[in-house]
Design a protein around this ligand. Structure first.
Ligand code: DAH
Length: 323
């Protein structure tokens, strides 16, 4: 009977016939107490052995039948439906989109530049000539024959924009940058920056400050404090770094801000006259400001992420928190 079953349903019927609650085996076991005392252990034992043999036979037959299931057998209409899973935007993309949206409100538009660059755009035109000490701080991946390199900063795009568009202009440029840094919780050989550039006849430092204050308020919240510290960048003069009050401890001092209460988030300054001259814009007529910030860093601050490597590990458990 077992071997003759031609489908799962028939097999199920056979199984019930022998092993079911009211099946043959159950019947035998139920009647054991009525047997002469000396026969009971033997019959009980035999019944169990047979039960196991039948069960083994049935499960083997089940496997055989499963190998050539008919379409009707395969579809179990009682199963819950497969819910299709939609992908989400990567947290870095989301952060870029958010920053772009804020600056678009104050007249900036997005322009992208190439990741493979020349020395001219990455250094020379940005007032970083050969032998300039600033080149040391911007360690760079050089490509074959040193004719090309992987850009180490998005400031390259400042030059490309001003070669093509004459002021007044306001542009924003997000993208990847590369530096031969050792990988650890806060460093990576590839990360993202966003570059900002605004040029007009009367553009001045207070415009820079107001634009960045607007950004900080929208991105980190209205209670966030900000301050500028004098700094040096070859392509801006004067130059500054901007800090925000620590968003973890609100300026009290904690391990994230190194007990300082402040977090550096970007570099900025007024476009250097040499940079204007390089793109045929008269520095006597036009003035501009520029800024550059690291996306991973501010995404880490905003979302409380403590390891930059999480962005590139493709771990779904991390990524789906941003869906
Ligand atoms: N390019 C700089 C860096 O990667 C950041 C920067 C500083 C960009 C000052 C600017 C700027 O546009 O004005 O460290």
């Amino acid at each position: 009977m077992i071997l003759e079953a031609s489908n799962q349903k028939d097999l199920e019927t056979v199984k019930n016939f022998y092993l079911g609650r009211k099946g043959k085996i159950a019947d035998i076991i139920k009647n054991i107490p009525a047997l002469p005392e000396n026969q009971r252990p033997l019959i009980g034992k035999e019944a169990n052995v047979i039960k196991q043999q039948i069960a083994a036979l049935i499960s083997r037959k089940q496997v055989d039948l499963a190998k050539n299931l008919t379409p009707q057998d395969k579809i179990d209409v009682t199963l819950p439906p497969n819910r299709s899973r939609l992908g989400g935007l990567h947290p870095i993309t989301q952060t870029i989109n958010e920053i772009v949206k804020i600056f678009e409100h104050i007249g900036f538009c997005v322009v992208e530049g190439p990741e493979i660059e020349t020395d001219y755009y990455n250094f020379q035109a940005l007032n970083i000539p050969e032998g300039h000490p600033a080149r040391d701080g911007l360690a760079t991946f050089y490509l074959k024959d040193n004719d090309y390199l992987l850009r180490s900063q998005t400031s390259t795009v400042q030059i490309r924009i001003m070669q093509q568009v004459k002021p007044p202009l306001r542009a924003l440029s997000p993208g990847r940058v590369f530096r031969p840094d050792n990988l650890d919780a806060s460093h990576s050989f590839m990360f993202h920056q966003i570059e900002g550039l605004a040029v007009d006849r009367t553009t001045n430092f207070s415009h820079l400050k107001a634009s960045l204050a607007y950004f900080v308020e929208k991105f980190f919240g209205p209670k966030t404090g900000m301050r500028f510290r004098p700094h040096y960048f070859p392509f801006t003069e004067p130059s500054a770094e901007m800090d925000i009050s620590c968003i973890i401890c609100s300026g009290q001092g904690c391990s994230v801000c190194g007990r300082k209460g402040w977090l550096e988030i970007l570099g900025a300054g007024m476009v250097h006259p040499n940079v204007f001259k390089e793109v045929d814009i008269d520095p006597e007529v036009f003035q501009g400001y520029a800024f550059g910030l690291g996306i991973e860093r501010i995404a880490m601050l905003k979302y409380g992420i403590d390891d930059i490597r999480l962005f590139a590990n493709n771990d779904i458990r991390f990524l789906e928190q941003f869906d």
